[in-house]
Design a protein around this ligand. Structure first.
Ligand SMILES: Cc1cc2nc3c(=O)[nH]c(=O)nc-3n(C[C@H](O)[C@H](O)[C@H](O)COP(=O)(O)OP(=O)(O)OC[C@H]3O[C@@H](n4cnc5c(N)ncnc54)[C@H](O)[C@@H]3O)c2cc1C
Length: 540
């Protein structure tokens, strides 16, 4: 399969204040522009966003001796205090992150430091520990939960430790189907290096082109092929981490009863315990053959029933994605067609890759037909496949046009899925209505398990006042609703700083104490990404 491979290891590959390839930035397509007034009423074009040259940052708080120490560790050219480098590492790619990039006065890390390997990472952590400098590991910079916000904690400065020089397949065991990948390897780099051996990892989040292997592990990512390949956690068989108090290298056997599984401690750790430098993953032969089929359901509920049966009976598509009526109506799943054709009901996209496609497809078809689905040919699935990494470009164009656009996600059991979806939708609609804004809420299910599924919401709103100030209380209300409604605070975007205040309500006070104790042991000075996942005051 083609993976749109390409190197993305230099900063300029990503638009500094938006998504993706700067050359692909574009205005809103006419069809979308005509649709918006119908959905949201009149919107107000915001002020022009600032250019990077006009951004004002506080001067770097690092001293010459700090910079010299980092330069000796990684090489002079790999320590950068320029405004451009600092701004490019000032946050992730959530809508609040992008809104913060649109104003002139910003905050940013005091320097960007780029180690080349595990040993250089270790030395950087030693320097930071001795000097009392906070460190934020930086992979692809695609976090959408505030995990890269330059928080200093109790420290005088913070550096962004950019890991994209740690690249490549470090070891390959073709007999066992395992590869050790350097943590800064991007999705396309990993797939093209494996493809040279006829192998595939098969992890394709929408951020695939920019996000890194270490970031997938640190944020417990889940990709579009999760129905076939599982979430990223499930692909990880080993991990190497540099922490401020020592190294840990885990995962010597495919199954083990040697105490609690410490690999899991680092999956989802978002840089708070140390820096993941290597990830061992299971790989499989590149699948040959791909079959696409789209389905139309009378409504979301019958589509969900089809998905539940597929998950519980192991029918076997590689990708399955169900859009609700609102998402189907505007063809959100097919980026090139958004707003062009208004469709009814709820649409499902299925993709099959690999062996045994005819049998897997026949099983899936039988289950979807039994729950009210009608096959709609390849069309919508082809459209989805073609545009599956392009959707985020649209958000920039919407923000430029004065339309608020953000996504959020959760997961719950099948029996609770409809209640949770309704509650989240109500919280979103109510929140925007209270702020005097019309909103359009869409939802899809794209990760399924025998016991439940994810819910992924895309929100558009005609916010006429300050977008960030309007969104923050609505997001808090939605988080409250998710926790009260039995959902997880994140199915795959992780915790970062945006969800941290809600984590305790999910894992309990004892859960937070366990995480804080691990952090105190590995990072006693709390230099590692302070304030992400657990509040700084819980770790001291
Ligand atoms: C448009 C868009 C679409 C997205 N689609 C998906 C999707 O489909 N599925 C999905 O799961 N997520 C998705 N995300 C979220 C994001 O891409 C994932 O969380 C991804 O795993 C982050 O990887 P990264 O390399 O960019 O990490 P970063 O954003 O750089 O970092 C994320 C967190 O991990 C830490 N970190 C990064 N690397 C390391 C390391 N080597 N060691 C220790 N800590 C580290 C950082 O400090 C930070 O706390 C999307 C984001 C965007 C903007």
């Amino acid at each position: 399969m083609g993976h749109d491979a390409g190197r993305v290891d230099d900063d300029s590959a990503m638009r500094w204040n938006g998504w993706g390839d700067p050359a692909k930035a574009r205005d809103l397509p006419l069809a979308v522009r005509s649709l918006l007034p119908l959905l949201l009423g009149r919107t107000r074009r915001p002020e022009h966003a600032v250019e990077i040259e006009d951004v004002r940052l506080p001067p770097s708080a690092l001293r010459d001796d700090d910079l010299d120490a980092f330069r000796r560790a990684v090489g002079r050219e790999h320590v950068d205090v320029s405004v451009e480098a600092r701004v490019r590492h000032a946050g992730g790619r959530s809508t609040p992150d992008l809104l913060r990039r649109r104003i002139a006065t910003q905050d940013a890390p005091d320097a960007v430091v780029r180690p080349a390997d595990h040993d250089e990472v270790t030395v950087c952590l030693e320097i930071a520990g001795r000097a009392g400098i906070a460190v934020i590991p930086f992979g692809g910079g695609t976090s959408v939960v505030g995990a890269l916000t330059p928080e200093r904690g109790s420290h005088r400065a913070v550096v962004s430790l950019d890991l994209r020089r740690l690249t490549g397949v470090l070891r390959l065991d073709e007999v066992s189907g395992e590869a050790v990948l350097a943590a800064g390897t991007s999705g396309p780099e990993a797939e093209s290096a494996l493809a040279a051996h006829g192998l595939e990892l098969g992890h394709f989040p929408q951020s695939f082109r920019y996000a890194t292997i270490g970031g997938f592990a640190a944020a417990r990512s889940s990709g579009q092929n999760s129905a076939g390949n599982g979430r990223f956690d499930a692909m990880v068989t080993g991990i190497r981490v540099a922490t401020p108090t020592g190294e840990i290298d885990l995962g010597r056997a495919p199954g083990s009863a040697a105490g609690p599984d410490l690999i899991r401690v680092f999956l989802g750790s978002e840089g708070i315990f140390g820096v993941i430098t290597e990830v061992r993953v299971r790989v499989h032969p590149i699948p040959h053959g791909r079959v696409l089929e789209s389905w139309s359901f009378p409504d979301f509920a019958s589509g969900v029933e089809g998905l539940r049966r597929i998950a519980q009976q192991g029918a076997g598509p590689t990708v399955i994605r169900l859009s609700d009526e609102a998402e189907t109506a505007v063809s959100l799943a097919q980026v090139g067609r958004i707003g062009k054709a208004l469709a009814k009901g709820a649409g499902i996209v299925t993709v099959y890759e690999g062996d045994g496609i005819p049998e897997r497809r026949a099983r899936t078809r039988a289950l979807l037909e039994a729950t009210g689905g009608v096959s709609a040919g390849e069309g919508a699935s082809e459209g989805w496949l073609k545009g599956r990494f392009e959707g985020p470009y649209l958000r920039d164009a919407l923000l430029d046009a004065g339309v608020f656009c953000e996504t959020l996600e959760t997961a719950t059991t099948w029996s609770n899925l409809h209640a949770l979806r309704a509650a989240v939708e109500k919280a979103l609609k109510g929140g925007f209505a209270d702020a005097g804004a019309r909103s359009y809420i869409m939802c899809h299910v794209s990760h399924i398990y025998p016991t439940g599924a994810s819910l992924y919401f895309t929100v558009l709103a005609g916010v006429r006042s300050d977008m960030l100030a309007t969104w923050e209380p609505i997001k808090a209300r939605v988080n409250d609703t998710i926790i009260a409604g039995g959902g997880t605070i994140s199915h795959h975007h992780a915790v970062g700083r945006d969800h941290a205040p809600w984590l305790e309500r999910e894992i309990g006070e004892t859960g937070i104490r366990i995480l804080a104790a691990i952090k105190r042991e590995l990072d006693p000075q709390c230099i590692m990404n302070p304030g992400a996942v657990i509040a700084v005051e819980r770790t001291s």
